[in-house]
Design a protein around this ligand. Structure first.
Ligand code: ZN
Length: 391
């Protein structure tokens, strides 16, 4: 069933996780791509020209993934527009209604090409759920580069960055860098002046360097605990500084492999449920049907539910947003209503778009996901359009 943006859509028979609370057997009405009503029963005069029966499942706000590289054998960085559309469609089947296409460290020309291609996709509205771009690198610490190619990791370079910003024309939303590198503070200030969110990550920053970075405008930390200086009690690094400083929000890869469930609980205790964001950091291995898969010319193999390179190094994940939420529920025992904020309103706040996305409230974009108690997605609606439906 496809519903065009102009027409109306009514969802009935589900437990609605609205901004105002949990509504058993609630109703959501969508008009012109936005939520026009949310309440306990169908308002008078609503004909419900197109109706979805949620079948007793949950109806929640769509998931927002700020850190995702790919799926179905392709990456946003080098896949071109067709791959961009396929990746975003793949993630919408797991409830992602908005995402930042994430480009990792690469040569300048490849970044420019990737940015230009995504900008076109976004500006022409060819992909419903690509909100913008997250540049993860290339200004990261070589000692914490993870699987980013060492030959392309480089020092912060304002001139190069200005070229990338020009090319992006406003679609660059988030940049991850190592703030201890020479020239990083100037780059942070430049990005903040353009309204771009700056995250610290792939970094060996010490406590003093973290403080300087936070003062300069870093407000977010990329995959907390992974690829960063840690929590030693005499030499606290980025992980400790991020947990201790209330200006900072953190993202977590809650696949149960990247970080132990206990560290997920610790992050939630330290930051509170409003300053933690779930991301997938998903790579092309998700839903890949072929036989041989490579990353930078090296073979990827799946072990313990996560992709690894031949030397045993973790290379991103095959996590999906519904699974990320499900895992945190299992790790913490929290309710669905409590947990989904980590994947909806919290990431919306990071980007400053909480006025139009991240919760089911009248006037917001009709980005919705219908899922069961196991967090298996039954239907996904983006801007009022049903893009996936098994009901
Ligand atoms: Zn990543």
């Amino acid at each position: 069933m496809v519903n065009s943006k102009g027409s109306s859509l009514t969802i009935v028979g589900g437990t609605v996780l609205s901004g105002g609370g949990v509504l058993p057997d609630g109703v959501v009405v969508v008009r012109g791509g936005r939520i026009s009503y949310v309440g306990p029963s169908l308002p008078k005069g609503e004909s419900g020209e197109s109706v979805i029966h949620a079948g007793g499942n949950y109806v929640g706000p769509g998931f927002i993934d700020l850190h995702v590289h790919g799926a179905v054998g392709a990456h946003f960085l080098d896949g071109g527009s067709e791959s961009g559309r396929r990746i975003s469609a793949a993630h919408s089947r797991y409830g992602t209604t908005a995402l930042l296409a994430t480009l990792s460290t690469a040569p300048r020309d490849m970044l420019l090409e990737g940015i230009a291609c995504l900008r076109q996709l976004i500006e022409e509205g060819q992909s419903h759920n690509i909100l913008g771009i997250h540049l993860e690198g290339p200004y990261i610490n070589p000692a914490q580069r993870g699987v980013h190619p060492p030959q392309h990791v480089r020092m912060p370079d304002t001139k190069e960055l200005l070229g990338l910003l020009d090319c992006a024309g406003g679609v660059l939303k988030l940049v991850t860098l190592a703030p201890e590198l020479e020239g990083a503070i100037g780059v942070i200030q430049l990005l903040r002046a353009r309204g771009i969110v700056v995250a610290a990550g792939h970094s060996n920053a010490n406590a003093r360097e973290c403080e300087a970075a936070f003062d300069a405008g870093v407000s977010y930390v990329t995959h907390l605990f992974n690829a960063m200086s840690g929590m030693h009690h005499r030499t606290p690094g980025l992980a400790a500084a991020a947990l201790a400083d209330e200006r900072i929000s953190v993202e977590l890869i809650s696949d149960g492999v990247h970080i132990h469930p206990l560290m997920v609980k610790l992050a939630l205790k330290a930051k509170g449920w409003e300053r933690v964001v779930l991301v997938t950091d998903c790579i092309k291995a998700l839903d890949f049907k072929g036989e041989d898969m490579q990353l930078g010319g090296r073979k990827i193999s799946m072990r313990g539910g996560a992709p690894h390179l031949d030397d045993g190094m973790l290379c991103g994940s095959v996590l999906t947003m519904n699974r990320a939420v499900k895992n945190v529920r299992e790790f913490t025992g929290a309710s669905i209503a409590e947990t989904i904020r980590l994947a909806t309103i919290n990431p919306a706040r990071i980007l400053g778009i909480e006025g139009r996305k991240g919760s089911i409230d009248v006037g917001k974009d009709a980005d919705l996901v219908i899922f069961d108690d196991e967090m298996d997605v039954k239907a996904t609606i983006i801007g009022g359009e049903v893009v996936y439906n098994t009901l």
